[in-house]
Structure formats: C-alpha cells, structure tokens
Write a protein that binds this ligand. Structure first.
Ligand code: FAD
Ligand code: SIN
Length: 528
C-alpha cells in the first residue's frame, strides 16, 4: 500500500476545498483529492451566481433577514451574520484571482436577482458563474508549488485513532484511505489536519441537478468516524430543472425568474404563482417547488412552463447565453417559446456539524461547503448563498489550522489497508440494482411532500439494503461504485431518520401528518 504524508489533506476540489487549499498553501504542503476529475463537483455547474451586499441601498441586515426568512427561522443568526459580512471581501478575492464577473452599465458589478432576495444581490459571470469560479481557483491551485492536486482518488474512510498501530479511541482524524480509480489500489494519506469538502448528497434522489459524484461521501465518512450530523431532512428541490427525456439534470437558473421569467400551466397558459404567494415566481424555492408539485399532481401534468419569451430576444441571449445555446441544441428557442420544467433535488442543506472555524466534533477534522451544516441555511437555503458559504468556511478552516498548527500533533504510525479476506466482486449487478433502488424510493417516499407512512416505508427499505450492502462490502474488494453505494445508503438512512424525527412542517420539510410549524425552531442533531 502506498503511503503519502502531507501537512494537510483536503478531500474535494470544488469551491470549498480549493479555497481552503489556496489559503493553507502560504505555509503548508497540501494534497487535494478528487474522486473524479478536478472540475467534476457541483461548483463548476453553478449558474446563477454568488450573493453579496454590493448594491447601494442594500444592507447586511437585509441579507441576514432574507436568509433567515428563507430558512424558516432555523438558521443560526451568528453564522448568517458572519457569512453575510464576509461576502463582499470573498467576491473581491475571487475578482483578484481573475473571475470575470459581469459589470453593470455604470457600476463595477452587474447584480441579478433571485427568489427570496429583497435586493439585486447576485454577482455572476453570465449564466455560467460556477465554471468561471472553478477555473480561476484551479489556476491558482495548480500554480502553487505547495499544492498537489490528485484527481481520480476516491476517499473510502477517514483514518482515526482506531486505525493506529497502537489503538487509540480518542477519535482524532489523521487522514484518509482512498482508492486510486486508475490502479484499483488503496492508498493511505496522512496529515495533521484533514478538511472534508466533498459536496452534497443529491444523487440519493432519482432526479437531481447535481453531478454524478454527489453521493454524500463526506457526510457518511464523518458519521462513521463519530461526528454528529444535522438537519438532513432539509433536501432542497430546485423548482426549474429542464424536463427532457434525454437530458435529465439541466438546471434553468432562478435568475431567469429574477429577470422576469413566469411560471405558467401548459394547458391554458395561466400564470399560477400569484395564486400561491404574493412574491409570485420570486418566493423562496421551497414554496415555488411545492406549488409546481401541487399543480403537476392536481392536473396530472408531466411539467409546467417557464416562459421568458415576452422579453426582447437580445436581452434573453445577453443574460442567458449558455441556457439559450443548450436549449437550441435540444430544439427549444427560449426567445420564442416556453421551457418545460419540473422540480428536482438540488442542494443538501444538512450535513456534518461545524462551528464558525469549520471544526467538526473530531479533533483534526474540519469541513466546509455543502458537506456541512454550519447554521447558515436553516430549513431552506436562500439562492446563491452556498458558493458564498464555501469561500467563507474554506478560508475559516484554513485560518484556524494555521493559527493552531502547533497544537495539531503529527500522525502516529497507521495500519495498512487490509484486503486479505476479500475477493473481486462476481455480482456487479447488486451494486447497480441497489443504487437505482435507493434513488427511486427516496424520490417516491422522501420527496417534496412527505407523510409518516411513506417515510416508514423508506426506513424499511433502508434497513434491508443496508444489510445487503454491508455484507457485500465485507466480502469484496472496494471499488468507487461500491464506496458510493455504501455512502448513499448511509445518507439515505440519515435523511429518513431526521425526517421522521421532525414532528412539524418547516421550510423544505413538509409533511401532511404535521402540517403546522412549531413555535420553537430546533435543529435535528444525530449523534453516532
Ligand atoms: P463540490 O463543488 O460539489 O465539490 C465536491 C468535491 O468533492 C469534488 O471535487 C468531488 O470529486 C470531491 N469528492 C466527493 N466525494 C469524494 C470522495 N469520496 N473522495 C474524493 N473526493 C470526493 N450555489 C450558488 O451559490 N449559486 C449558484 O448559482 C448555484 N448554482 C448551482 C447549479 C447547479 C446545477 C448545482 C448542482 C448547484 C448549484 N449551486 C449554486 C450549489 C453550489 O454549486 C454547491 O453547493 C457548491 O458548489 C458546493 O461546493 P463544494 O466545494 O462544497 O462541493
Ligand atoms: C440557480 O442558478 O438557480 C441556482 C442558484 C443556487 O442554487 O443558489
């Protein structure tokens, strides 16, 4: 088994991981692991932009209030204030790294608008902000001799005291075991500090806007290592994913509604959002997604329409060049006709509990970005607050590690990965079948509208599949697909447990059995 020692290991190469690595590399040798290509996370797919108070007349208080209203009061106000106040500096830093944010006619920034924001607040690079951000961060990381980018290295499990050659039960994290996708061999990465930046768990659901690798690996690894996990019931469904039989996960940015796009029934063209909320198409995402779900079920539709064709063609093409070009390829001209859309899973609001320094419960383990529950999002994330969270917490974790370096002991000798009792799988069909089954029952039973009975059905299936997957994992050599399946079932279990524990409807968690919101907003916290 190959062993690699670094000062810090960052697991994940999206906005959170690369931000942490770039900050750390001023002093430390950092390895950044990615399960696939370096640009394969959600970051590169982000469309709308990044929220920050930059408009004259806008205030931090207003951004804080909008975030708390969208989050149905479950947010931690201190965290929200911390992130909002650090947002303008984070945007400046990205601009200094070369992110070509759009400029306004007479202002430094062109700010667009998204649901739940009471001001124009979203800086963006056309409708492909994430790609520009990912490229700028990758350029900075690749140019830094202290950073080693290691693609195609899938983390399996965190290394803790119980993996030491002398057993220690203190829960300290010393790095990670990971399987090299190209050789199939397991490597050991050790470090004084480890940062989880593995993104969300969208692929627990059949339909999701998230990339293939969003299987909740970091949440599952931290949970198995002994860290608490919180608010997993709050899975965000984006209201407008393209409905297309071949292209299943193409997002239509919320900024399109921000710039005047309207939701209409395909049957008679009725604009239905004003019937549900005075903010119409710009209500927070949970409300818009539920309204679409309601209309689709009520009328037996496959989709509803998002229509921006009443705006001038030049305006549409200037604001949404990527979406316009992609949909033209699929035979839809958005300057002349509406877009068929459906809600799809989009963002994981819950995750590994962290404090304002990005510390988890486990010494030596930090986390940042979509893998975490930092207190920012509460019961529903406000649009374009999540890239922001990655920059602020990626930097916070790096700062804390640098300030407390001398208190972080070096890794002890760690045991090699033991493959003596496993063989190569002879039944790959089990992995593929179980993967599909999880995503299907999570979609059907743990979706936008829930009931206790449906959640219990999901719970039974989780228990059954968990036994099967654990047996399979115990007998066969690890592969990236098997690692993901094991994590998917772990995370599905955490989502269902959290949803069953919440006896109210709040934000994204809406259950017909408990339709009211309780007076006190309380986090769901699961302890291993
Ligand atoms: P990611 O960017 O997802 O990166 C995760 C990294 O972890 C990847 O490098 C992956 O390879 C690695 N990884 C995962 N598991 C393992 C493992 N086992 N071993 C090794 N590496 C692993 N947010 C906004 O604020 N504004 C937007 O406009 C916006 N638009 C979005 C559009 C789409 C289509 C989607 C899906 C999301 C959007 N979001 C948006 C959300 C936002 O993009 C994500 O929350 C954010 O990019 C997450 O960044 P991250 O660094 O936490 O994780
Ligand atoms: C979008 O562009 O609609 C996505 C924004 C987000 O997820 O924050």
């Amino acid at each position: 088994m190959a062993e690699h020692a670094y000062d810090v290991i960052v697991i994940g190469s999206g906005a959170a991981g690369l931000t942490a690595a770039i900050n750390l590399a001023e002093r430390f040798r950092v390895a950044v692991l990615a399960k696939g290509g370096i640009s394969d996370g959600s970051t590169a797919w982000a469309q709308g932009g990044i929220a920050a108070v930059l408009e004259p007349g806008d205030t931090f208080e207003s951004h804080v209030e909008d975030t708390m209203i969208a989050g149905a009061g479950l947010n931690n106000r201190r965290t929200v204030e911390y992130v909002v106040e650090n947002a303008p500096a984070a945007i400046e830093r990205l601009a200094s790294l070369g992110v070509p944010f759009n400029a306004g006619e007479s202002d430094r920034w062109h700010l667009t608008r998204e649901g739940g924001h009471s001001h124009r607040r979203i800086v963006h690079v056309d409708d492909a902000t994430g790609w520009a951000v990912q490229q700028a961060l990758e350029r900075a990381a690749a140019a830094n001799p202290n950073i080693t980018l290691i693609p195609h290295m899938a983390a399996i499990d965190l290394v803790t005291g119980r993996h030491g050659q002398r057993y220690s039960g203190d829960g300290h994290v010393w790095g990670v075991y990971a399987v090299n996708r190209q050789t199939g061999l397991v490597d050991l990465f050790t470090a004084r500090a480890t940062i989880l930046a593995t993104g969300g768990a969208g692929r627990t659901y059949l339909y999701s806007t998230a990339p293939r690798g969003a299987t909740g690996d970091g949440i599952a690894m931290a949970w198995r290592a002994g860290a608490r996990v919180s608010n997993m019931e709050f899975m965000q469904f984006h209201p407008t994913c393209l409905y297309n039989l071949e292209v299943k996960n193409f997002l239509i940015t919320e900024a399109m509604r921000g710039e005047g796009g309207q939701l209409k029934l395909p049957t008679d063209g009725h604009r239905f959002m004003p019937d549900f909320d005075p903010r119409a198409e710009l209500a927070p995402r949970d409300i818009v997604a539920r309204a679409i779900d309601h209309e689709i079920k009520r009328l037996g539709l496959d989709y509803v329409h998002l229509d921006i064709s009443h705006k001038p063609a030049e305006f549409i093409i200037e604001h949404f060049p990527t979406i316009h070009a992609r949909l033209l390829e699929l035979g839809i001209d958005i300057t002349r006709e509406p877009i068929p859309v459906v809600p799809a899973q989009h963002y994981t609001c819950g995750g590994v509990l962290v404090d304002l320094k990005g510390r988890t419960d486990l010494p030596g383990l930090y986390a940042a970005g979509e893998v975490t529950q930092s207190g920012l999002h509460g019961a529903n994330r406000l649009a374009s607050n999540s890239l922001l969270e990655c920059f602020v917490f990626g930097a916070a974790a790096a700062t804390h590690i640098a300030r407390h370096w001398d208190e972080l002991p070096p890794a002890p000798p760690i045991r090699a990965w033991d493959e003596s009792r496993v063989s190569d799988s002879d039944e790959e069909v089990v992995v593929q079948h179980n993967w599909r089954e999880i995503r299907r029952f999570m979609w059907d039973f743990v979706g936008i509208v829930r009931t206790t009975k449906r959640l219990e059905r999901a719970q039974h299936r989780v228990a059954l599949l968990r036994r099967e997957v654990e047996e399979y994992y115990g007998n066969f050599r690890v592969t990236p697909d098997l690692i993901e399946l094991r994590n998917l079932i772990e995370v599905a279990g955490l989502i269902v447990r959290s949803a069953l524990a919440r006896k109210e409807s709040r934000g994204l968690h809406y259950t017909l059995d408990y339709p009211d919101t309780l007076p006190d907003a309380v986090d769901t916290i699961l302890t291993p």
